[in-house]
Write a protein that binds this ligand. Structure first.
Ligand code: SF4
Length: 315
């Protein structure tokens, strides 16, 4: 059946892009596939292609935390935008796009600050217009970074977090982005933690245990919040292991996505454990279930002992 709004239908098909020659998508927006950029080296780190998505910061922020970078564990910055040699473009500027597309070598590119476009639209247009061999540095905001210290209100911090998660997460799930930069959150350490957590949530770069929990409803057979916290406390050091915590067996197993292990309410006070989507233990008393889950993880070779500092890692 035809759409009553043909222009809207065309824009949906184009992922919000106008169907002009400059915006012809170089990727299929309806199937996940990472944009096929070339691998380049920036400040000693390879990025692009299938390489790890890197975390950038600004030089000011790097300098502010330089004395403690070595102790930042998983939350280290990997490059600064100022030293990266990134080429900043207005994706609507056909001349600039033609110039970068004619470059002999792949070049890290990003959207220039201050242009009057929404972040997601701007980066989608850049990805559609620029030759895919050029890796893309994503930014959470196109506004000039705040120059003040981290004195914002809790409301401002929440807004910065939501904006960064929405903008960067959407683009990463499109398969766009070889590095990310978070500037809306002004505190240097918090902005790096936010960047890594966005990568983890998008499934792009797993640096800690991944949890999938159902939202709970009238069918939930145990206290989901308390149980999830107990499972986090026991397994939070298992980098890369995915654990699903589901309130019931009616819908839980179907919503566990690609979790490695599942903890699912089987009956009041009873838990079923899963390996992948296969139930392997049934009707375990709730009081024993977390310990049985850790035994199961151990039996499947995914257990390591917690380092002494794991309990203090921010999540
Ligand atoms: S998995 Fe079960 S308990 Fe959880 S939200 Fe879905 S139906 Fe409710």
């Amino acid at each position: 059946m035809g759409c009553a709004y043909p222009e809207l239908a065309a824009r949906r098909r184009d992922h919000g892009l106008r169907r002009d020659a400059a915006a012809t998508a170089t990727y299929d927006p309806f199937t996940y596939q990472r944009r096929k950029s070339s691998v380049i080296s920036v400040m000693g780190h390879e990025l692009g292609g299938e390489r790890t998505v890197r975390v950038f910061t600004t030089q000011d922020r790097w300098n502010a935390i330089a004395h403690k970078i070595a102790a930042m564990g998983e939350f280290k910055p990997e490059a600064t935008i100022e030293q990266s040699g990134v080429c900043q473009l207005d994706p609507r500027d056909a001349t600039a796009i033609a110039r970068i597309n004619a470059a002999a070598e792949p070049q890290l590119i990003t959207v220039a600050d201050g242009i009057a476009m929404e972040v997601i639209h701007a980066f989608r247009l850049l990805a559609a217009s620029a030759d895919p061999r050029h890796p893309i540095l994503l930014k959470d905001t196109l506004l000039p970074p705040p120059t003040h210290a981290a004195t914002g209100t809790a409301e401002e911090a929440l807004q910065a977090t939501l904006s960064a998660a929405c903008n960067l997460g959407s683009l990463l799930c499109d398969g766009i982005g070889d590095a990310i930069l978070v500037r809306g959150e002004p505190a240097p350490g918090s902005s790096l933690r936010l960047a890594y957590n966005i990568l983890q949530a998008a499934g792009t770069r797993i640096f800690k245990t991944d949890y999938v929990a159902c939202p709970s409803c009238g069918r939930t057979l145990f206290n989901l919040q308390d149980t999830t916290q107990k499972i986090r406390a026991a397994t939070g050091h298992l980098k890369g292991v995915r654990i699903a915590v589901m309130g019931c067996i009616v819908n839980g197993p179907g919503e566990m996505a690609d979790a490695d292990f599942g903890y699912v309410g089987g009956a009041p006070g009873k838990i079923n454990l899963y390996v992948g989507k296969t139930p392997v233990q049934f009707n375990i008393p709730e009081s024993d279930a977390v310990a049985r889950l850790t035994d199961l993880i151990r039996d499947h070779g995914k257990w390591i002992e917690a380092p002494a500092t794991a309990a203090t890692q921010p999540i």
